[in-house]
Design a protein around this ligand. Sequence first.
Ligand SMILES: [Zn+2]
Length: 243
Amino acid sequence: MIQNKVMNKFFYKYNIFKLIVVCILLSLVVLSLSNAISNNIVARASTPNITIVIDAGHGGIDGGVVGKTTKVKESDLNLLVSQKLQKFLTDDGYTVVMTRETEDGLYGSLKRGRKMRDLRARENIINQARPTLVVSIHHNSFSRSPERGAQVFYSIGCTQSNSPSQLIARNIQATLNSSLPESDRVAKKGDFYIINCTEFASVLVECGFLSTPEEEALLITDEYQTQIAKALVNGIQQSFGKI
Ligand SMILES: [Zn+2]
């Protein structure tokens, strides 16, 4: 009898021990599963399945506006900023489609009507990509007064306030304003073909004024172009966190 009691006590303790071990093992499994799930969510969040078309304005025979001091072509600066933006967005997991990746325009031959052919070719690229967002990159010029700062435009078709184009334009304008010296503008509707020719959310960014020598001196530097591209990425990231 005494021996039985001792045996029972032993088996009772042994079962408790087994139960504790099983509980610990189960909690470890649950913990590692929940970690795997949350890591997966983070991984998915950092690689959004979003396509962005970057449109470097002008190109080829159409150089756009020119720098007052250096005579730098707008088309060249547009491409430099676009390429930096392409790299940052690609690194962040976005799918990026460029309308042009060289100095050439998209008009084909030099015969009449090349501006419209160039724009239609860009429109075709956008329609094929079916992007979440189109960002067209340009530089500004204004001869009558020394204007400064970056200006963002959104589609004139945005009749409702808070349309995606308008929200994204506002976000990008805000990040440009906070990153660039003397940039304190408000996003506006823009009557530009490239941001009004398709159904997709579209913004056009004038990075600064090539007609203002102090701003031109900044716009031609690699550092300032990188600063612009980073501000654009921040505005885009904020937009996709909110929309
Ligand atoms: Zn332009």
